[in-house]
Design a protein around this ligand. Structure first.
Ligand code: ADP
Length: 373
């Protein structure tokens, strides 16, 4: 089969690593010729994934297409689908998810628990909803890695509101942030990965550190799993979906957002689960049976992020020290230049004891630094 990936970032790179185990000819469409995926695919095509003609021309030669980022040209995918190219996930699911206003409305329409919200189109409109605060303002399109999200606690924060189509949603009193990856094949069969639990760096708003399986009571986990499966069935699309959820102080479960693709919350599955999220997506695309999602051991993920104050050719300080540690797996994404906050790689740590995971994760965070020449 000839399968294309829209986007050439680290998620695409790890997807391509998993593809090497199967008989599949891989194609990547991406503007940056030095992107993390460029040298791991069979065919690299330079082009803009948001451009109709580029995506259509790319897809016409292929049997199937998947994505590693949502900001793609959905019109082109729809046309390709109508001409017989298989798209994972369906263009309709991408359309629902890529705009946060549409995504929130979808949850409401399908009885998926997600915090109450108001749709706003300008700063002035947000100012009319003072009584709705504390709230979180999210831009409909174009936000990523926390850049399209502003917490509005009081009237003093209103100047941070977006002057664009956005959702103003009630702030959840978060006890835990978790993510659950659900795989669904063409027959509608599903497989669930164990939930992951994350901590967020409040300054950068990037995923900071994560453990899996999440340490949550069984009864809460049942709700988490039921909500995630209901959501993916409602999307009615084959593919791999990462459902990000909040557990609040009362142990209620709220969907934050969904990613219709392989996800940073599932990096550890490469080593820590029998079938990784990347392997699973290939099984779906290539029409093989779903894989075994059982954990081999509990795992933690530490992101390797570009250090503040350094821009340029990347240097990985402390790498040798980290590589000396048992049951630690380093993944560098092949990005030649670093800048503050840029995701440069991740480290997976495996151990049966969660305290050991936490200890090693902290140690690695303090040892491994990305600076520049
Ligand atoms: P992005 O798509 O940029 O990752 P998210 O929608 O995941 O943005 O929001 C980023 C972070 O903001 C979340 O991980 C969470 O910590 C916080 N957040 C988002 N929505 C809410 C909410 N309704 N209540 C409380 N915190 C929220």
């Amino acid at each position: 089969m000839k399968v294309g990936i829209l986007g050439g970032g680290q998620l695409g790179r790890m997807l391509l690593q998993a593809a090497a185990n199967y008989t599949v000819e891989t194609y990547v469409l991406e503007n940056d010729v030095n992107c993390p995926s460029a040298h791991l695919c069979h065919h690299f095509i330079k082009g803009d994934i948001t451009d109709f003609d580029a995506v259509y021309a790319f897809g016409k030669q292929l049997d199937a297409i998947t994505i590693e980022i949502e900001s793609v040209n959905v019109d082109a995918l729809e046309k390709l689908q109508s001409e017989g190219v298989k798209i994972y996930p369906s263009p309709a699911a991408i359309r629902t998810i890529k705009n946060k206003v549409v995504q929130k409305q979808f949850y409401k329409d399908h009885g998926i628990p997600s915090s109450a919200f108001i749709i706003t189109n300008s700063k002035e409109e947000v100012m009319q909803h003072l009584s709705f605060l504390p709230a979180v303002h999210k831009i409909g399109e174009g936000g990523y890695d926390g850049k399209g999200v502003q917490v509005l606690n009081t009237a003093a924060d209103l100047e941070k509101a977006f002057h664009a189509s956005s959702v103003l949603e009630k702030k959840v009193a978060i006890k835990k942030e978790i993510a659950l990856i659900v795989a669904m094949n063409d027959k509608g069969e599903t497989a669930l990965f164990p939930a992951s639990e994350m901590m967020v760096n409040p300054v950068l708003n990037l995923l900071d550190y994560q453990v899996s399986p999440a340490l949550i009571p069984e009864k809460v986990l049942w709700v988490v799993e039921a909500v995630a499966v209901k959501l993916v069935k409602a999307l009615n699309s084959p593919g791999l979906f990462a459902v990000e959820m909040f557990i609040d102080q009362q142990d209620e479960v709220w969907v934050n957002e969904t990613a219709p693709r392989v996800h940073n919350s599932g990096h550890h599955t490469i080593e820590a689960n029998y079938s990784s999220q990347y392997d699973m997506l290939w099984r779906i695309i290539l029409q093989y049976p779903l894989g075994n999602t059982d954990p081999i051991l509990p795992a933690a993920i530490v992101n390797i992020i570009g250090e503040e104050g350094f821009t340029g050719e990347a240097i990985y300080e402390g790498l040798a020290e980290v590589l000396k540690t048992d049951n630690v797996f380093v993944h560098l994404y092949g990005k030649s230049t670093t800048k503050p906050g840029r995701k440069m790689g991740h480290v997976t740590i495996m151990h049966k004891d969660y305290q050991d995971l936490t200890y090693k994760a902290n140690k690695i965070k303090n040892t491994l630094k990305v600076t520049a020449r």
